[in-house]
Design a protein around this ligand. Sequence first.
Ligand SMILES: Nc1ncnc2c1ncn2[C@@H]1O[C@H](COP(=O)(O)OP(=O)(O)OP(=O)(O)O)[C@@H](O)[C@H]1O
Ligand SMILES: O=P(O)(O)OC[C@H]1O[C@H](OP(=O)(O)OP(=O)(O)O)[C@H](O)[C@@H]1O
Length: 214
Amino acid sequence: MTAVLTVAMPKGRIFEEAADMLREAGYPLPPEFEDNRKLIVEAPEAGMRFILAKPMDVPVYVEQGVADVGIAGKDVMIEEERDVYEVLDLKISTCYLAVAGLPGGIKDKVAPKVATKYPEAASKYFREQGEQVEVIKLNGSIELAPLIGLADRIVDIVSSGRTLKENGLVEYEKIMDITSRLIVNPASYRLYSDTIHTLVERLRKVTDSKEAAR
Ligand SMILES: Nc1ncnc2c1ncn2[C@@H]1O[C@H](COP(=O)(O)OP(=O)(O)OP(=O)(O)O)[C@@H](O)[C@H]1O
Ligand SMILES: O=P(O)(O)OC[C@H]1O[C@H](OP(=O)(O)OP(=O)(O)O)[C@H](O)[C@@H]1O
């Protein structure tokens, strides 16, 4: 039997690309899907029910089992480390996580301050590099921190590189490439294995055909 899946969708940047991809995969979403402020949207023809969440919260809904599947950036996955299965790289919302700061930033400072929206990911990265840093958590406008002396470096997402450039900052090192992932609640994966398997395979076809067209 085909189950109705509850899907945790990230509001914001990823939303549109993810919705387009689901449509391409053959899941008809209502035309008003994109332009209302409802947080729960039924899509019976797709056999889905969507909950629209803050990107950072998507793995929480999926881990807790109130959503069967979800779409989350790899940045969110490494920051949150939730008990969910990451089953497919959707290859959308491409960007990367990097260390940046002022040009010629002091490299040999003891325990430099690092401002970031990703304290766990940043701490892990510097630990692996064998470098001691003091991590300062911010919620946005990360590029401000080195400009006003709050931090020596930042760990943040880079996409076009425009924000760094326009604020006179430079990239020191790339940490990792980021794309969005399809994630699944482990119990749902067992309970609704056929429906979830079909979803994964259909989405995989879309990513593969996009890859082939490149
Ligand atoms: N230039 C970018 N900046 C930030 N995130 C990006 C960028 N490009 C792609 N992404 C992806 O989009 C996700 C963030 O989306 P979005 O900016 O809508 O959410 P947010 O960070 O919670 O924003 P806000 O706090 O402003 O609501 C990230 O998890 C990342 O995977
Ligand atoms: O390389 P770019 O294309 O310039 O994109 C990167 C910028 O976009 C994000 O910020 P966002 O717009 O989400 O604002 P925020 O500062 O509120 O997080 C990110 O934190 C960078 O600041």
